[in-house]
Design a protein around this ligand. Structure first.
Ligand code: UT7
Length: 327
């Protein structure tokens, strides 16, 4: 039986750092509040004029291709997860393909918000398992600074920019994506959203004046559901695969809030040293948080390690994946 497995990871992180001290000069906030309520110390911000999600995504793909010794023509499919596309059309995936000289691949964007990497990886696996694609690149690129209101202290401390690219290939070994537990419930769409700029409320002077092109979040409501749903999905996928905490090498959680991560690990009865946490360095980079953890921990991962990936985000979308690491 053919399964799909991650065989490589590339990334791009902008150089500019935005620290809590920088933010405390912009809005009424402080390092102590941000560290205790969220757990973030600094984030990366893409400052280059005229650069967007595709530029970061293309650099992540180029990093991946170089690491794997692959040519652009080796890639069959590029799926891009983003909530900050360069523009509504063309797709950011198409622009990334152009910037990477990938000329003949199938490509498209998906938007699963903070669960985008989980939704994307599950989709990549379907293509690979069916035999229709052999080398699939999943790019997760988010220029969150472009939709963050730096006059709103309740959201501007949370987000950062980053891009990652993972390669998904077929395998006949007992590794790869073992199970997916993915969900959406649109009842949550009012608590985490961008109000204007789409077909319901196109851009106007008024929408710009009202800051309606930025992320709007009712943090407490989102927090309440994030804590329960992310942990429920995680415990559920462990139970249905007969896994206990001692079987798990790593929890790879979405990095939105350290308290949400801790609550999920606690429900799994997993010790903290088995949880990938880098929120302090990058903040919430939406669909890029989970692959960015995999990228940073890549050298510590061993073939056959059991990983649980878990996320919660706008929609609401949430879920968990069970992976057996492949290299
Ligand atoms: O990734 C997608 C999914 N998103 C999430 O999972 C995020 C979920 N939500 C959260 O992580 C948290 O709700 C936040 C980190 C966004 C906020 O933390 P909180 O503990 O829920 O704080 P809060 O919104 O209840 O605000 C508590 C107080 C308020 O002041 P009052 O009304 O008690 O006087 C806020 O105005 O903290 C105030 N506050 C701040 N103070 C200093 C809010 N933001 C800040 C700030 N600095 N940056």
């Amino acid at each position: 039986m053919i399964n799909a497995v991650i065989t490589g990871i590339g990334a791009y992180l902008p150089e500019t750092k935005l620290t809590n001290d920088d933010l405390s000069k912009m809005v009424d906030t402080n390092d102590e509040w941000i560290m205790t309520r969220v757990g973030i110390k600094e984030r990366r911000i893409l400052k280059t004029e005229g650069s967007g999600a595709s530029d970061m995504g293309a650099l992540a793909v180029k990093d991946l291709l170089a690491k794997k010794g692959l040519q652009p023509s080796d890639i069959d499919l590029v799926i891009c997860t983003t909530v900050t596309p360069d523009a509504p059309i063309p797709s950011t995936a198409a622009i990334i393909c152009d910037k990477c000289d990938i000329r003949d691949a199938h490509s498209f964007d998906i938007n699963g918000a903070c669960s985008g990497f989980l939704f994307g990886l599950d989709l990549c696996a379907q293509y690979v398992r069916s035999g229709s694609k052999k080398r699939v690149v999943l790019v997760s690129t988010e220029k969150m600074s472009s939709i963050t209101d730096y006059t709103d202290r309740t959201t501007c401390v949370l987000f950062g920019d980053a891009a990652t690219a993972v390669l998904v290939e077929p395998t006949e070994e007992h590794v790869g994506l073992m199970d997916s537990n993915l969900h959406t419930d649109g009842f949550g769409r009012h608590w985490l959203k961008i109000i204007a700029g789409g077909s319901v409320k196109p851009s106007s002077h008024e929408t710009v004046d009202n800051h309606e092109h930025f992320v709007y979040q009712e943090g407490k409501q989102v927090f309440k559901y994030a804590v329960t749903r992310m942990a429920d999905a995680t415990v559920d996928i462990m139970q249905r695969n007969n896994l206990t905490a001692s079987d798990i090498a790593w929890l790879v959680p979405h990095q939105a809030n350290l308290r949400i991560i801790d609550a999920t690990a606690e429900r799994m009865e997993l010790p903290k040293d088995k949880v990938m946490i880098n929120i302090q360095n990058y903040g919430n980079t939406t669909s890029a948080t989970i692959p960015l953890c995999l990228y940073e921990w890549e050298k510590q991962l061993k073939k056959g390690d059991n990983l649980i990936l878990a996320a919660f985000g706008a929609g609401f979308t949430w879920g968990a994946l069970y992976l057996k690491w492949g290299y």
